[in-house]
Design a protein around this ligand. Sequence first.
Ligand code: RBF
Length: 164
Amino acid sequence: MSAQQYSFMAKGENNLPDASEMRFGIVVAEWNSHITDKLLQGAVETLRKNGVGEHSITVMHVPGSFELIYGCSQLTQHGFVDAVIAIGCVIKGDTPHFDYICQGTTNGLAMLNQAGNIPVINGLLTVNTEAQAEERSGGAVGNKGEEFAATAIKMVDFAWQLQK
Ligand code: RBF
């Protein structure tokens, strides 16, 4: 199939591609777990709603967002998932550490995507305040975990279309 012929086909619920045969890894940072747990819940619910089997979702935890890089890197190499979602939350503090963690983690996840094994979804919330984190994990701005899951489904579909 040529790139021009590519389109998202077999769209299921929410206009997403059929995800019933897809397998996902989710790596979740324990830092700010009151936020990352809710993001994880939103992601898992969206995967399940779109037909992903209970046993096709592997959830693993790492200590902080910076460790998402190693965690995701490991899952991309094992071959039992079709995409990995990295979930973390970095809240700005009084030191420059925020910038280093955000930049380092984002760069690391970008490099995994460039390596091209399987898609790695950047589910890193980078916020200035606790309130902003709450808003984005089931509050006024919704639950970003749902978007991370929808993106993961679309990217697996993208990869599979090119394999046909
Ligand atoms: N990890 C997070 O996931 N979110 C944070 O907001 C966060 N803030 C941190 C602030 C400081 C000062 C330090 C030292 C670490 C922080 N981490 C945070 C942990 C970081 O992602 C990582 O686990 C550690 O740097 C060990 O590699």
